[in-house]
Unconditional design. Structure first.
Length: 79
């Protein structure tokens, strides 16, 4: 399973299939979740920051513990 790809396709599908085009504002895509959904919201927001305007969640966190400065610098440049 690829949750990030699924969510990206879900947003695209909803935007394309909406009968009222003005209801979905692609500049204002928000994600939220609880527990594991919160972690998924964090990850989706980081990996697809060009899609997500903001996120908010409760009951979870996306933990990141870099093992070296090079690993942290690499991740920072990715997101």
């Amino acid at each position: 399973w690829d949750d990030i790809d699924f969510l990206e396709k879900l947003v695209a599908f909803m935007a394309k299939s909406s009968t009222k085009k003005d209801i979905i504002d692609l500049e204002r895509i928000y994600v939220s979740g609880f527990s594991l959904g919160c972690m998924m919201s964090h990850r989706f927001s980081m990996e697809r920051s060009k899609i997500v305007a903001a996120f908010g969640c409760h009951g979870g966190e996306l933990s990141f513990y870099p093992t070296s400065k090079a690993e942290m610098d690499s991740d920072k440049s990715t997101y």
